[in-house]
Design a protein around this ligand. Sequence first.
Ligand code: ARG
Length: 459
Amino acid sequence: MANKMWAGRFTKEIDERVNDFNSSVSFDARMYRFDIQGSMAHARMLGDCGIIEKSESETIIEGLKGILADIDSGALEIDPEAEDIHMFVEAELTKRLGDTGKRLHTARSRNDQVALDVRMTAKYELMEIRKLTVALIKTITDIAENNLETVMPGYTHLQRAQPITLAHHLMAYAMMLLRDVGRLDDCYKRTNIMPLGSGALASTTYPINRQQVCDELGFDEITQNSLDGVSDRDFCAEMISAISILMMHLSRFSEEIILWCSWEFKFAELDDAYATGSSIMPQKKNPDVTELIRGKTGRVYGDLNTTLVMLKGLPLAYNKDMQEDKEALFDAVDTVKLCLKTFEPMLATMRFIPENMRNAAARGFINATDCADYLVKKGLPFRDAYKITGTLVHTCIEKGLTLETLPLEEYKALCDTFDEDVYDAISLDTCVMQRKAAGGPAPEAVKVQIGYVREKLED
Ligand code: ARG
């Protein structure tokens, strides 16, 4: 690889191994569109500020447009030997325009250029991830709306605890994902700040107009300190952190779906298009998608760790270590997008089995709290009611009965406050319908939750 752009200072060509080691084009080529857009804004500003001739600025912009069109169409291939996408575009421009192309890099460094390109890429990807997350929330709320009365057991310690509905359970995930959207939006605000003009680290002596570039590229404001402008990758750490939390939510949901699809639960069945078989066991239908999401979550946490550790020891300002920001960020982005794109249709096509949910809810004494509350409503202190109900549960287990099938005499033998109306008080439907406090599983309460989420998404 002869004729490095910086060859003047050197007496030898770069070692082939160092060239390969140094190169980032294999993973930063995907930023070409943003690199070119950033360069166009920069060239226009240089022309408008009289730093280069207006006609040259126009020629450069036209040249960049041509390069963009040719990469888009496939007519121009990005050279895998290039040092990075920035050098490739500049070299191609000079190849096409001669000396005029060499004027583009006036009043700019690759350090502020790469900071700009990564921010533009991050902004774009934040919006993409946001759209996919919103689509998933919509699917969840639609399924919830159709299952307001689908009774299922709610769990603590993975032990049946109290009756809830499928809608209530699903809406818990809608709330998590809504917070994820909020985190993506917050991250967007701090990403939407324009670093070009920071130069290599100490800005520039040219009379540039940073605000013009900021406005043309659609950023909110410019970075306020040039050292920070080139070396700030907080937005990467923040973005991967938001993605990690989003992945954690998908992973928890995946884990539940894995359980629900097991024969032990059988609360749901995956559509055949979203499950896989076994190479040896003919009966198997495996939830590979959800397992992969659970697995890939660890990988995204790795990306977060890579980024935080990469940054923690860096003196100001730019250091080559920072080139490692992109692989971690892009891996996290690609992984979460892939997971969201697969999870949403998998969930939308999943068949729930309400009978099995109800059967599970009917066993496990999940109405015991309601039995105790029945006595409390008739005047007993809760601790006494709790103890009496515990004894009743013990009796049921010994006799192989449930609270619903235990005869009234057994109730009365323990506490004569019990009456025929206890059966109504402990029926699953009553247990769910009565839990209508804000946030609860009663259909009317879950309808409010659905309305809340839909309203937030409309904002
Ligand atoms: N490829 C480099 C990166 O990703 C571009 C910046 C290089 N700057 C430098 N001074 N070597 O960070």
